[in-house]
Design a protein around this ligand. Structure first.
Ligand SMILES: Nc1ncnc2c1ncn2[C@@H]1O[C@H](COP(=O)(O)OP(=O)(O)OP(=O)(O)O)[C@@H](O)[C@H]1O
Length: 325
């Protein structure tokens, strides 16, 4: 449904925002695009939507070339942009219904679909409140409603769950899945690795304008060193313990001033737990946990875990404490 081959976008100032991207999204599939700030995700989406012209490479959306036929591409593709929808003086109900009408539904069908989305996303309380009085999360959900009102064959959602509360996030994911189940191809950008791992069919990890890895969450997880991770929290900052020779590790630990995550094989679990218990008994660490490796481990390994303003976030609010290699 969406096929991208060798896509390059070089902006006028020389920035190579997309540097040979190839990927595809099938009808009925939800693909998550992960990548740190500036990786080139929005640039990619804007080219598919016919808003930015590629430097080279090809894009096909349901057989349409957005470069040759940008107007048709905008019909075939629905986009939920990253920024908040401009809703000043407009209510969620009006915004969603207007979009449904613009995209071809008659008056009655547009009103019906709008009501359906308002109920499904639990927007009823705010459905008739104008945008300037709405929270960021409600505006985000409204923007989703606008993109999903009468969606094209391909739906592209740029960070759809940002600012949305956990309960409505679930409702939103249910709607995204329903979109795919109705045969749409869904490409969504997210910084939330845990959510992506749980909710999408396939993940594409981007870095510096390139595809660094792609596959199902399980396929990507299998790239992680070891199958378990021993997590330790030091009792005193900058006083993390030395790894003992008796503990076989599968890769370099990820560390911050207070936390350490050590990749190990499952066969080393009892040694790891015994060591961690000793450390806690001696008061060197506050707590420890042995957890299965997750996509987050692989993501940090792929994109680098630098704890810098441009570095990757994993879960919201974690940026200041991400694990660094
Ligand atoms: N119009 C532009 N002119 C020049 N450079 C641009 C332009 N738009 C984006 N860039 C640059 O292209 C690179 C990719 O930006 P893009 O917005 O596509 O990344 P992103 O992965 O969507 O980032 P984020 O997660 O922060 O939204 C960045 O270095 C950005 O500064």
């Amino acid at each position: 449904m969406l096929t991208i081959r060798d896509l390059v976008k070089r902006y006028r100032d020389g920035t190579r925002a997309n540097d040979g991207i190839s990927l595809s999204v099938e009808a009925g599939e939800v693909v998550g695009l992960l990548g740190h700030n500036g990786a080139g995700k929005t640039t990619l989406i804007n080219q598919v939507a016919g808003l930015v012209v590629p430097t080279s490479g090809t894009i096909r959306v349901d057989g349409c070339d957005p470069v040759a036929e940008p107007a048709r591409a905008r019909r075939v593709v629905s986009v939920m942009p990253q920024g908040h929808a401009p809703l000043t003086g407009v209510t969620p109900r009006q915004a969603i219904r207007t979009m449904a009408r613009i995209r071809g539904l008659d008056k009655r069908a547009a009103a019906e679909r709008t009501g359906e989305l308002i109920d499904a996303l639990d927007l009823g309380t705010w459905a008739d409140t104008t945008g300037e009085r709405l929270s960021g999360g409600i505006r985000r959900l409204t923007a989703y409603g606008m993109a999903a009102a009468e969606p094209g064959r391909v739906a592209m959602l740029d960070e759809p769950t940002n600012d949305v509360d956990p309960v409505r996030r679930r409702l939103l994911w249910r709607q995204i899945r329903a979109l795919a189940d109705r045969g749409h191809a869904v490409l969504l950008v997210t910084h939330n690795v845990v959510e992506a791992e749980r909710s999408v069919d396939r993940i594409v990890v981007m870095g510096a304008g390139k595809v660094l890895a792609e596959g199902t969450a399980a396929q990507l997880r299998s790239r992680a060193p070891g199958d378990l991770r021993l997590e330790l929290t030091a009792a005193v900052p900058d006083r993390l313990p030395e790894l003992p020779a008796r503990l076989p590790v599968e890769g370099p630990p990820l560390v911050t001033s207070r936390r350490m995550a050590v990749p190990i094989a499952s066969g080393a679990a009892s040694t790891a737990l015994a060591w961690a218990q000793e450390l806690r008994d001696a008061g060197q660490i506050d707590e420890f946990a042995l957890v299965p490796v997750g996509l987050e481990d692989v993501y940090l390994q792929l994109v680098g875990g630098e704890d810098t303003p441009g570095g990757p976030g994993t879960e919201e609010g974690e940026k200041g404490d991400s694990l660094v290699a």
